[in-house]
Design a protein around this ligand. Structure first.
Ligand code: H2P
Length: 795
């Protein structure tokens, strides 16, 4: 460790010189990386020692995604070394930001789910709480997105390097995972046991990533499993080369295409490996009697992907530790809790029983027994057939993972107030009635350390100058900014910072993708995974409307706007891919039209990821949060934008509702149907988009142009877009909300015409955003679900 800039510089130079190789940016990166790892190492060791000595209760957060983004800069910041290192490097003629650019972020997630998990890791360590993550180490990440003729193409993300990776291999902690085989009863020294004979073993090797909390005192662990061939697999029932290939595939990529059976098996293999390896690891670390397990650990399953943790924990307790069913069930259902992140039918995982039965025969028997006992208890309570049907875990040859997760957990939560209400009153009504105290809400949050302190150091500096630095520890104190929302000097500083962040984004995009943007235009940003309900289609249709208005009406000359898009579509989600294609086509047309381009510019940022988000969010004027009401469980991008002073245009959906509540609707642009309305239309099948088309001349014209192919390229594009809007009944109510969305956009233009007023609204958003820090969310989980105790790091 060092305590001054001079010391840092000396040590840095010594190391560089000791390497004796050519001096370049790569070498600087490598050296700084090594130094940072050493600083982290000390605290990491000490944190683990403290946990062991005190026998503190540990939380394990199991998630199929962890979207951690780049690590180096964030670690330096949390260690409180960022500025010192930056200045030191400056004096040596090096730019820290350029060094940071060399880091390839591991693409271990696709959206809010994975980014939430990463924010939670940061908050746990920063609050000095003992909480760790378990995930998978996908060699090719999700995928890297490129556009070819406007279409999304997918390439593997090569984030793993030969050396200096973010993670550390822990061969000593590898465990074997059994797939297939036959379930048999065998005689042991203490009676009969169930055992899986002749399984196909796969080795799971952990790689650890240190999670550095604020001030560097607490360093928790994110453990990612990698599938490898097992030493026990000498006589696999297939050619060894086939086994090797299949094994390597298990942790090759996130979300393999599961439209075919082979893809489904692969996903199941991933999920089981994640659960089994993590639980074997947890149990082997548990030193006291197993009855005490719920007192010493808590396991949170992030969505249903790790729901196999329920039967796997049962398997370990019964088969490996000879507990009886009742004891094992009691322990399991006091240890595991579950977070639901969606009500979308397609995302509520269901597995064919035959798949689990053949791949995981013992697990299948346990799920069957859980289901049998649960149904029996329901029948004893006199439940009718309808309720039994809703509550069954296995039905018609299908296993419902969400029901399994609820039944096997002691707490279940939704991720925003509205979402939790919908879960309780509709989607999981019967389960909520059956387990009245299980369901609760935990509105999501984001770590203000990455999304404000790190991504917007200039704004963060201004805030500290204005209200002092205590807000960094207690983000709700951002509310003190409210007093400055009418202070002209403060507002001017805020505006200058916004302009600076726009310049930085422009520079970034120019360097990365050769895109040139007008810095004086309104930056309107829509960044998130592509999905029908997130309504990127509505945004692009609105841009087409604007284009038509500009061309048609010589008095309509709106203030220049740049509409940014960013996001990936799942490789097998054809509709979403067609929306991507369409956005690129529209961009081409609008950006190349001499008249329209004076008012509109469409920019599609390729390969949207955490790094791009760190540039985009601080530069935004307008945040697009326009999902069909009731569909977006929470959203977290909405919170990041708000915290950086962007104004939201949004529906009453997910956490938008709470954002509007905090900041006041007068400081946002709210439009569209309410959740109740949407759900009523869906229930009664009473929405007909044709009625909208017939009654609105502008939309009618737009549809005619679409059908003619004016806005698309190729027949598939027209067919998919028109098909969804017209023939499939516009399932996400795009046409229904389009005009109210458009009207709200006109209000944005009016408001932007008064820059000081606009800045005031932005500052009010920042002032109201503190409650959306994930520190608040994590503290609530800890108090209500995990019961963790703070372990002061003494630093
Ligand atoms: C999901 C939900 C979001 C939610 C997030 C975290 C699955 O993320 O849809 O509404 O905020 O989990 O709880 P996403 O769509 O971004 O992949």
């Amino acid at each position: 460790m060092f305590s001054s800039k001079e010391e840092f510089k000396k040590s840095f130079i010594n190391r560089i010189e000791a390497k004796g190789t050519e001096k370049n940016l790569e070498l600087a990166h490598e050296t700084l990386w090594e130094m940072t790892c050493e600083w982290v190492q000390e605290s990491w060791k000490r944190t683990n020692q403290l946990y062991e000595e005190n026998h503190d209760k540990q939380l394990y957060y199991i998630s199929i995604e962890f979207l951690i983004g780049r690590v180096l800069g964030q670690n330096l910041l949390n260690l409180n070394f960022y500025n010192l290192v930056k200045e030191g490097l400056d004096e040596l003629g090096l730019e820290l930001s350029e060094i940071e650019e060399l880091e390839i972020e591991p693409g271990l997630g696709n959206g809010g789910l994975g980014r939430l998990a990463a924010c939670f890791m940061d908050s746990l360590a920063s609050l000095e709480l003992p909480g760790h993550g378990y995930g998978l180490r996908y060699r090719s990440g999700l995928f890297t997105q490129h556009f070819v003729d406007g279409n999304q193409t997918e390439q593997p993300t090569k984030w793993i390097k030969e050396k200096n990776n973010v993670d550390i291999r822990r061969e000593d902690l590898a465990v074997d995972i059994p797939y297939y085989g036959e379930v048999q009863l065998v005689m042991g020294i203490d009676g009969m046991h169930t055992k899986v004979e002749n399984p196909e073993w796969v080795k799971a090797v952990p790689y650890d990533i240190p999670i550095v909390g604020a001030n560097g005192g607490t360093v928790n662990t994110l453990r990612l499993w990698q599938a490898e061939v097992s030493e026990r697999a000498s006589s696999v029932g297939k050619e060894y080369a086939v086994y090797e290939r299949e094994t390597a595939k298990i942790t090759d990529r996130l979300y393999p295409d599961d439209s075919l059976e082979a893809g489904k098996i692969l996903r199941l293999k991933q999920q089981y490996l994640l659960c089994s390896a993590s639980l074997q690891n947890i149990i082997s670390n548990h030193k006291s009697s197993l009855e005490k397990l719920p007192n010493s650990i808590a396991i949170q399953i992030n969505d249903t992907h790790p729901a196999l943790a329920v039967p796997e924990l049962m398997r370990i307790l019964i088969d490996d530790y000879t507990l009886d069913w009742e004891q094992a069930w009691d322990i399991t259902t006091r240890t595991i809790s579950y977070t639901n992140h969606t009500i979308l039918e397609e995302a509520m995982e269901k597995w064919g029983s035959h798949l689990i039965q053949s791949l995981l025969p013992r697990i299948y028997l346990i799920i069957e027994e859980i289901d049998r006992r649960f149904k029996e208890s329901l029948q004893n309570q006199g439940k009718d057939d309808e309720t039994l049907h809703k509550l069954s875990i296995i039905e018609d040859g299908v296993i419902k993972m969400a029901v399994l997760a609820v039944v096997g957990s002691y707490k279940v939560n939704g991720v925003a107030k509205l979402h939790t209400e919908i879960l309780k009153k509709r989607e999981m009504k019967e389960l909520n009635e059956q387990f009245p105290n299980k369901f609760h809400n935990k509105t999501n949050g984001i770590t203000h350390r990455r999304w404000l302190i790190k991504a917007n150091q200039e704004l963060s500096g201004l805030i500290t100058e204005t209200i002092g630095s205590q807000w960094m520890k207690e983000p709700e104190r951002l509310s003190e900014l409210h007093y400055f929302s009418q202070n002209q000097n403060f507002l001017q500083d805020f505006q200058e910072i916004k302009s600076l962040k726009k310049e930085q984004l422009i520079h970034h995009l120019q360097r990365d993708q050769n895109i040139i943007v007008d810095p004086s235009s309104i930056f309107d940003i829509h960044i998130k995974r592509f999905h029908g309900y997130k309504r990127q289609l509505m945004n692009i249709l609105h841009i087409q409307m604007l284009y038509d208005r500009i061309k048609r009406d010589s008095t309509y000359r709106p203030y220049p706007r740049t509409f940014f898009f960013g996001g990936k579509a799942a490789p097998s989600y054809h509709f979403a891919k067609q929306v991507i294609k369409m956005i690129n086509t529209v961009a081409n047309k609008v950006n190349n039209d001499p008249l329209a381009r004076q008012h509109l510019h469409v920019v599609f940022v390729e390969n949207y990821n955490v790094t791009h988000a760190e540039y985009l969010i601080p530069a935004a004027d307008v945040s697009e949060q326009i999902s069909t009401a009731s569909k977006e469980a929470s959203g977290t991008g909405n919170m990041k934008f708000m915290m950086n002073g962007a104004l939201t245009i949004g529906t009453f959906d997910g956490a938008n509702v709470e954002i509007f509540e905090q900041v006041g609707q007068e400081n946002a642009f709210v439009f569209g149907m309410r959740a109740e309305e949407v759900m009523d239309y869906e229930k009664n099948h009473s929405y007909d988009p044709k009625e909208i088309i017939e009654s609105d001349v502008e939309i009618k014209k737009l549809m005619e142009e679409l059908v003619k192919g004016d806005w698309t390229e190729g027949k598939a594009n027209v067919d998919f877009i028109v098909g969804q809007l017209l023939h499939e009944g516009d399932p996400y109510f795009v046409l229904k909300d389009l005009q109210s969305y458009s009207k709200e956009h006109e209000k944005i233009l009016d408001a932007y015409a008064n820059p000081i007023n606009w800045a005031e609204m932005g500052v009010k958003n920042i002032a109201a955003s503190g409650i959306f820090s994930s520190d608040r969310t994590i503290q609530q989980y800890s108090d209500d679900v995990w019961q963790l105790t703070k372990v002061p790091s003494m630093y």
